[in-house]
Design a protein around this ligand. Structure first.
Ligand code: FAD
Length: 404
């Protein structure tokens, strides 16, 4: 009998298992994949996510995989370009480690903390005792099904979670799929940090990653997915032409991988706990990848869930109260960022007020960094978007314009 069985051993599952194992709990961590292995995802980690890696003592391990610290983020919207890198808890860089590298470091950290890893193990179902989940049923490759039992089964099994439909959590704040995308890795692309270009028809991304390669990605409206699939390479090249300087730099490089694509990406929140079960990471809260928040959110939610389970099990608070706190704190942080994400993936031209703000930010590095901190979850959205704050930024720009 385990304290917890975690299904899924990547950004949400491994940290959850690691944090609980470090507190002395008996953890079983299972994944149908083996490691190292890749998964469908680009992999930009915002500064709060990097700060978590540091706090957990695994940042050195990630940097040792040769993922370069990203010191500048370039954002283009409405034809206006801004750049900066807000600092969070002393972390002045973002990271974009290949998932083959990142997830292996995380799995190893969970195992080093004492979690038992069973990779190559497919979970088929949860085991019930009346209305409480008491375990899982699954099998290793070519092996017979076995049952394992625990006080709680944690679904950290991604956007197509197998655990979620079994436990039927309430879904809320759902939105239709907005974006679809393709990406590939290139060598020899001159880059000065990461770049995200919001254009009218598509969003172009460039992320420096391991071994001098660049992850180049394009996102389009989901309504175009069927058409783009017919000729994704042509669509990719045409989309990059919207940013001629970036397209020229990509053209200098060499594509090292095939293209990977995805459409019909869901947007939802789920109640992340119930009797004998919990959900964390994409299984509990999923959104369009345009803001690159999934990994950072998975880290933060893993910590909230591990803390809540510890609070409940150690008698610090009733477990149900602790888990309700997990959902509340997750949502308080995530709701405003979810709205930014939905906006970012809606392919609408920026409204006039936003254009005015972007223009006013040019030449004002302090507020540009705070603006860029919105998308990273560093700057509180309500605070930055407060009319007094926006008024202050626009007035300052007007004064500088008048004196310049
Ligand atoms: C195209 C795209 C681009 C993205 N770009 C970014 C980005 O730049 N930055 C960012 O932060 N996020 C990005 N994301 C989101 C990010 O990939 C996810 O938020 C993140 O992977 C969530 O981690 P997770 O651990 O919850 O789930 P996952 O990483 O999906 O891991 C789930 C694990 O569960 C395992 N599993 C599933 N079912 C079973 C089963 N039945 N039995 C056993 N194991 C099972 C899987 O094998 C998998 O290893 C992107 C996503 C997409 C689709």
């Amino acid at each position: 009998m385990y304290d917890a069985i975690v299904v899924g051993a990547r950004c949400a599952g491994s940290p959850t298992a690691m944090l609980l194992a470090r507190r002395g709990y008996r953890m079983l961590l299972v994944d149908r994949d083996t490691f190292p292995s890749d998964i469908l995802s680009t992999h930009y980690i915002h500064q709060p996510g990097v700060a978590k890696l540091q706090e957990w003592g695994v940042l050195e391990g990630v940097l040792a995989t040769n993922a370069p610290p990203i010191k500048t983020l370039h954002i283009e919207s409405g034809g206006i370009r801004l750049k900066g890198m807000p600092i969070y808890q002393g972390i002045d860089f973002a990271l974009c480690p290949r998932r083959t590298a990142l997830d292996t470091v995380l799995v190893d950290a969970a195992v080093a903390a004492g979690a038992e890893l069973r990779d190559g193990f497919v979970v088929e179902d949860v085991v019930w005792d009346q209305d409480t989940v008491v375990g899982i049923r699954g099998h290793g490759k070519g092996r017979a099904s076995v049952e394992e039992r625990a006080r709680v089964v944690i679904g950290a099994d991604g956007m197509h979670s197998v655990i979620a439909p079994k436990v039927q959590p309430q879904e809320y704040n759902t939105r239709p799929p907005l974006g679809c995308g393709y990406y590939a890795y290139f060598s020899g692309v001159p880059m000065d940090g990461a770049e995200v270009h919001f254009l009218e028809e598509n969003v172009n991304f460039g992320f420096p990653t391991n071994d001098g390669q660049t992850c180049v990605a394009v996102e389009w409206p989901n309504s175009q997915f069927a058409a783009i699939r017919q000729d994704y390479e042509g669509a990719f090249v045409r989309a990059l032409q919207g940013t001629p300087d970036f397209a020229a730099r990509v053209a200098q490089g060499r594509r090292e991988t095939r293209f990977t694509g995805v459409g019909n990406i869901p947007n939802f929140f789920r109640t992340p706990y119930g009797s004998g079960w919990a959900l964390v990471g994409d299984a509990g809260y999923h959104k369009d990848p345009v803001t690159g928040l999934g990994i950072t959110d998975a880290f933060l939610d893993a910590e909230l869930l591990a803390g809540a389970l510890h609070d409940g099990w150690s008698g610090h608070r009733p477990l149900s109260e602790a888990l309700a706190g997990y959902e509340r704190r997750r949502n308080e942080r995530a709701f405003p960022l979810y709205e930014l994400t939905i906006q970012g993936a809606s392919f609408q031209p920026p409204p006039a007020e936003q254009l005015m703000l972007l223009r006013a930010l040019q030449g004002n590095q302090e507020d540009t960094d705070r603006y860029l901190g919105l998308i990273s979850g560093i700057t509180p959205v309500q605070e930055f978007m407060a009319p007094e704050n926006l008024g202050r930024i626009i007035t300052r720009a007007g004064r500088q314009g008048a004196s310049g």
